[in-house]
Structure formats: structure tokens, C-alpha cells
Design a protein around this ligand. Structure first.
Ligand code: FES
Length: 100
């Protein structure tokens, strides 16, 4: 396990996401005050999912509109068929940590 400090809790408004510059890049999403972390790169192409449309615990890719579940990583709609990785998150002292 390697926990990295991803951002401050105040860095992400509800319904928004930030990219964390690790390899491969991941994104932290604020889902109504809950923080979820997943791979930032869509499994269909090279689009950043942090730039996608966040609806509850789902993100829709901005390029071809595949949807992913941010809790399980599962691809919910075509054209993506492959899940994205998801990561454990913990919040400590107003900082969001992700287990990369
Ligand atoms: S790059 Fe995400 S759906 Fe095509």
C-alpha cells in the first residue's frame, strides 16, 4: 500500500474532479461530499475522465460518452467495455489520500 496525498478537500467542489499526476494518472471525484478515486484515462480512448460529466457516482466520458461507475470502475455503457481502476480513499486533516 502506498498512500499519496492527492489534494485538499476544499480543492474539489461537489460534482467536480481533479487529476492527480501519478503514473498512470488518476482522478479524485467529489460525489456529494464523498471522495472517490479512479483512473483518469478512459479505457476507450485517451480522454481524461476528470473532464467528463459527473452524475452522482457515475462519470460520462467527454469524448464518446461511455459511462463508468466510480465505485466499481465498471463500464456501464458503450463504446467502453473495459473497467477503469478504482482506488481506496481516506480523508485525514482536510486532505484526501489515495492508495495507489
Ligand atoms: S475516449 Fe472515452 S468513450 Fe471514447
Amino acid at each position: 500500500m502506498a498512500w499519496v496525498r492527492a489534494c485538499s478537500v476544499t480543492d474539489i467542489e461537489p460534482g467536480e474532479a481533479v487529476v492527480v499526476d501519478v503514473d498512470p494518472p488518476l482522478a479524485v471525484f467529489n460525489v456529494d461530499g464523498e471522495f472517490l478515486a479512479a483512473a483518469d484515462t478512459c479505457t476507450h480512448g485517451a480522454s481524461s475522465l476528470a473532464d467528463g460529466y459527473i452524475d452522482g457516482a457515475e462519470v460520462e466520458c467527454a469524448w464518446h460518452f461511455a459511462k463508468f461507475c466510480l465505485r466499481t470502475g465498471k463500464a456501464l455503457t458503450l463504446p467502453a467495455t473495459e473497467a477503469i481502476a478504482t482506488y481506496a480513499v481516506r480523508v485525514e486533516d482536510d486532505a484526501v489520500f489515495v492508495d495507489v
